[in-house]
Design a protein around this ligand. Structure first.
Ligand code: GCO
Ligand code: MG
Length: 409
């Protein structure tokens, strides 16, 4: 079999998605996700200008060789743009291999290690009544584990909080606010946040009892010592995990956090390669790997990092927001089903429009995801529908402290 074409398709059903479609001389096609939220066209251009022509005439079965070729021959390694581009090729080749074999990708990765993947959903609210409603709504939808985010008194910022969505009955990121020529600017105050969050978890535990697994995302906004303090103050509420407490470029800083708290830690949604996890895994400084197949170079390296993490009893908690396309989500669902050290899968449900563009065999039943048993990844692109949603410039918001300083997030 030989690759005869590789096309990049940019579509924006409710968010921007970059998809690579590889076609072979046997008529089998494969899809890969190359979406990098807020910097989508950089990856689309990287693929179009520097990668697609290199794929023509290659044997699509040689997934590892193609991965190593793209990673090493570029000379310039790593980084989100490069790794999202390589991820798309890797996923598309696994999709083709699965279709050629007549098997879903998880079978090629060793077969199912469980019946389905437990997920967590995003509950949020501007205040406790709104938050409680949102938690109840998620429980009714079948979710068994819940991420809890709220507004903080004194901070106007609402990232991760479904303020508008509450009013319209939709989730906050179906129609993200950040579309347009400039990113939205938000405000931030870490001390106010640190005072408030333990009171929220206390209230949630009082209302929903001790069993419900609860998660929280700190979005890189704390210093290591502030993170240690938050982890410690949340210990009575027995979190499933506390995510991205501090920017993780400096992996060593997690030693300090770990010395102070037994709250489980999840890190890595913005990581690109195993090297970003090296110290965190080998020193057992984290409990969950948050990588996304799309930003981590695809299915092949995601499987490898999880095998490395398994030696240290670290589990998966792959990044699955709606800016990972249904193709990227499917890719990591196949990995999650196959590996032994699966932990939990983030799941938010894509919008109706997105589901029209990407036809999926994935199912979400009673809080559990399954990628389905169609050969390959189980996602088909409706190109006509994709073409009806042209790209729209969109940025993530960012935040500043009260004195105007740009802050981490
Ligand atoms: C999460 C994330 C997202 C990211 C978003 C950026 O835990 O799901 O933090 O909300 O901010 O994916 O593109
Ligand atoms: Mg996060």
């Amino acid at each position: 079999m030989k690759i005869t074409s590789a096309e990049v398709i940019v579509t924006s059903p409710s968010r921007n998605f970059v998809t690579l479609k590889i076609t072979t001389d046997e008529g089998i096609t494969g899809l890969g996700d190359a979406t990098l939220n807020g910097r989508e066209l950089a990856v689309a251009t990287y693929l179009k200008e520097h990668v697609t022509q290199l794929l023509i005439n290659r044997d699509p079965h040689r997934i590892e060789d193609t991965w190593q070729f793209l990673y090493r021959s570029a000379y310039w390694r790593r980084g989100p743009v490069t790794m999202a581009a390589i991820a798309a090729v890797d996923m598309a080749l696994w999709d083709i291999k699965g279709k050629a074999a007549g098997m879903p990708v998880y079978q090629l990765l060793g077969g199912a290690s469980r019946t389905a993947l437990r997920t967590y959903g995003h509950a949020s609210g501007r205040d406790l009544p709104e938050l409680f409603d949102s938690i109840r709504h998620h429980l009714e939808e079948g979710y068994k584990s819940i991420r809890v985010q709220t507004s903080v008194p004194g901070i106007k910022a609402l990232y991760g909080v479904a303020a508008q969505a509450q009013a319209t009955g939709e989730r906050y990121d179906f129609e993200p606010a950040g579309r347009g020529a400039q990113p939205t600017e938000e405000d931030w105050d870490t001390r106010a946040y640190l005072r408030h969050i333990p009171t929220v978890f206390e209230a949630v535990r009082n209302e929903f009892g001790p069993e419900l697994p609860l998660l929280h995302d700190g979005h890189h906004r704390m210093t290591p010592i502030q993170a240690a303090k938050l982890g410690k103050s949340l210990e009575p509420y027995d979190l499933f995990w506390l995510e991205d407490v501090t920017p993780a470029e400096n992996q060593d800083s997690f030693r300090l956090i770990r010395q102070h708290t037994t709250t489980p830690l999840a890190v890595g949604e913005i990581f690109n390669t195993v090297f970003d996890f090296q110290t965190l895994i080998k020193e057992q400084l984290i409990d969950y790997v948050r990588a996304a197949s799309t930003h981590f170079g695809g299915i092949s390296p995601l499987k490898k990092v999880m095998d490395y993490a398994a030696q240290y009893q670290i589990k998966s908690g792959f990044h699955g927001p709606t800016d990972v396309s249904p193709v990227g989500l499917a890719a990591q669902t196949h990995v999650g089903l196959a590996i032994h050290n699966f932990g939990i899968q983030e799941y938010m449900e894509h919008s109706e429009k997105t589901n029209t563009v990407f036809e999926q065999s994935m199912t979400f039943t009673d809080g559990f995801l399954h990628p389905g048993d169609k050969p390959g990844l189980g996602v088909e692109l409706n190109e006509e529908a994709a073409a009806s949603f042209p790209y729209q410039q969109a940025y993530l918001p960012y935040n500043r402290l009260s004195d105007g300083t740009v802050h981490d997030w």
